[in-house]
Design a protein around this ligand. Structure first.
Ligand code: ATP
Ligand code: MG
Ligand code: MG
Length: 559
């Protein structure tokens, strides 16, 4: 992979290494919540977290941030494991925040005993009303100064099946006047009765993100906790809770010269799609797309099914880089990266999407020839395959015009074109039906002009792809367009469902592909010559081949 200049994150990491922080050890983590499938935004975080560890001889662990059982399950865990590996990354250890529930509980109990936490029995609305604003101090809860013993008793009660969800929470007792709103006695534990995907019904009180993330980092020995910009205002609280955790640990005789550091970069946002898990869930749940791996989805599994290579996703992420400013990245840049990479990998094949019959009238009936097709002109090692030529072929309807303008270098009466990998033909006419629609096109071939032979050097302007009518397979082809018809659906006032592009999927039922494609599998990279990049869909079966258009050959979105 190409070298690139250091991102600000790597500069910070290098600074810490040079200063000998944490014994010059590098440890990162990727911390997905298993509450959905990961998308290309997560891939950006993955490239950073794993990339930093790789570049500095460190380790990147995978940690499932599974502290909210009401939204999490093992289907998501499995998909995330699979997608990270497919993206090309290997984690060191596999951790779950739920592994630390007991440690976190014990630390919370210590917080209560030290007077740093209390049980609040107000409603969430009441607490919200007391929060104040960054410039107006908040109001202290009437429960703020209840005795330690009462807090401990109620905290234990929170963790029983009888506790009513929402009836009480544990709050850190910090500072209701702090301009940083996250310091205004944040909720650190809440009651949830939904069984947890790993711990079942053992727990009923669960730590909030802010009371789990930094602590988990600390327990594992993470040195650089890299996340996205929305966590910038959480950082002082992250540091404060690490301070308290170190104080607690010190009381138990544990005083390592170590602390994790949070660093934030800008999220990936892409035009014409959404990245919010909530919205992606809605698309799936309301069948607005065909599942998480619908090829129109920005999910890693959707992109894989569509035929994107992992390398192209990594290349795209490298090209946009990491900054401190949120931006909206052009989807066309991602597509350009896909084209660039697939150009090097894709096997060149023939498929006719909008077929019309072409008859070579001077080619003997019943005769066939096996023409040699180069698999990839970019890579000789990919070899060749053969494609059967015969008297009756399918070509694209758009490749013929009866009354063609001068610049039409395709087929038209009296004009010559080359049929890819085979002969030069001269169009002699066509037959139309009662509606004036072309039914058959006629041509004569030049037997001396076969590709690779002596007469082949004669110059003709156009080259057409084709398949032999008796030696091809009928197939379904799915063409995808932007999922949304507006550039930035997240910034639009309308409900995002209304912004969906009604033409994001076009299904072509009667396409013809060369026989060679019968053996191709989902994930094989193909170039349908002159059309675009394709891959077999996971629904494809031997008796019904289905192909997804990954991306067209040229950028047709360009304005
Ligand atoms: P939510 O918090 O709504 O569940 P999330 O998209 O933040 O969703 P997480 O599983 O919490 O999902 O994210 C895991 C990691 O991926 C976090 O470090 C997060 O910052 C990062 N991440 C999520 N979305 C993006 C994005 N669009 N660009 C870059 N990184 C992202
Ligand atoms: Mg999350
Ligand atoms: Mg998040």
């Amino acid at each position: 992979e190409e070298k690139r200049s250091l991102s600000f994150v790597e500069q910070m990491v290098e600074g810490d290494l040079a200063a000998g922080k944490n014994g010059s050890r590098i440890q990162t983590r990727f911390p997905p919540e298993p509450n959905g499938y990961i998308h290309i935004g997560h891939a950006k975080a993955i490239c950073m977290d794993f990339g930093v560890a790789d570049n500095y001889g460190g380790v990147c662990n995978l940690r499932f941030d599974d502290t909210n059982p009401s939204k999490e399950n093992n289907e998501y865990v499995d998909s995330i494991l699979n997608d990270i590996q497919w993206l090309g990354f290997k984690w060191g250890n596999l951790y779950y925040a739920s592994d630390y529930f007991q440690q976190l509980w014990d630390f919370a109990v210590w917080m209560i005993k030290k007077g740093f936490a209390y049980i609040d029995e107000q409603t969430s609305e009441q607490m919200a009303a007391q929060k104040g604003t960054p410039t107006v101090a908040g109001t202290e809860s009437p429960y703020r100064n209840r005795p330690v013993e009462e807090n401990l008793e109620l905290f234990n009660k929170m963790n029983t099946p009888e506790a009513v969800e929402g009836s009480m929470v544990l709050r850190a007792k910090l500072d209701m006047t702090n301009p940083n709103m996250h310091f205004r006695d944040p909720v650190i534990y809440r009651i949830i009765h939904t069984p947890h995907h790993r711990t079942g019904t053992k727990w009923h009180a669960y730590p909030m993100y802010d009371f789990a993330h930094g602590q988990s980092d600390y327990f594992e020995g993470v040195t650089h906790s890299i996340c996205t910009l929305e966590f910038v205002p959480h950082r002082p609280l992250y540091d404060k809770l690490v301070d308290l955790l170190k104080e607690y640990e010190a009381e138990n005789g544990h005083t390592p010269d170590y602390r994790p550091r949070q660093i934030e970069f800008n999220r990936l946002n892409l035009t014409y799609t959404v990245m919010s898990k909530r919205k992606l869930h809605t698309l799936v749940d309301e069948s607005l797309v065909n599942g998480w791996d619908d090829p129109r989805m920005p999910t890693v599994c959707g992109m894989r099914r569509r035929g994107y290579s992992a390398q192209s996703i990594r290349n795209f992420i490298r090209s946009i880089g990491y900054t401190k400013f949120d931006a909206l990245n052009d989807y066309a840049l991602l597509e350009a990266a896909v084209r660039d990479d697939l150009n090097k990998r894709a096997c060149r094949v023939s498929a006719v999407l909008n077929p019309v019959k072409l008859i070579i009238t001077n080619y003997p009936e019943g005769q066939t020839e096996e023409m040699i097709a180069v698999n990839n002109p970019e890579n000789e090692a990919d070899g060749t395959h053969t494609i059967t030529f015969s008297r009756e072929l399918w070509i694209e309807r758009e490749d013929f015009m009866e009354d063609a303008p001068k610049k039409f270098f395709r087929l038209s009466p009296g004009k010559e074109v080359r049929l890819k990998n085979s002969y030069i033909i001269m169009c002699t006419g066509c037959k139309k039906n009662a509606d004036g629609e072309v039914e058959e096109i006629y041509a004569e071939y030049d037997p001396q002009s076969k590709s690779g032979e002596e007469g082949a050097n004669r110059k003709v302007k156009g080259t057409l792809h084709w398949v032999s009518a008796a030696h091809c397979i009928e197939a379904e082809v799915r063409l995808y367009d932007r999922l949304f018809s507006v550039e930035n659906p997240s910034a639009d006032e309308r409900d995002f469902r209304e912004l969906l592009n009604p033409e994001s999927l076009t299904v072509l039922n009667k396409c013809y592909v060369e026989k060679y494609l019968a053996e191709k599998k989902p994930g094989d990279f193909l170039q349908f010559q002159r059309i675009g990049y394709f891959t077999p869909d996971s629904d494809s079966k031997p008796e019904r081949l289905i192909f997804n258009r990954t991306v067209g050959l040229k950028d047709t979105w360009a304005k």
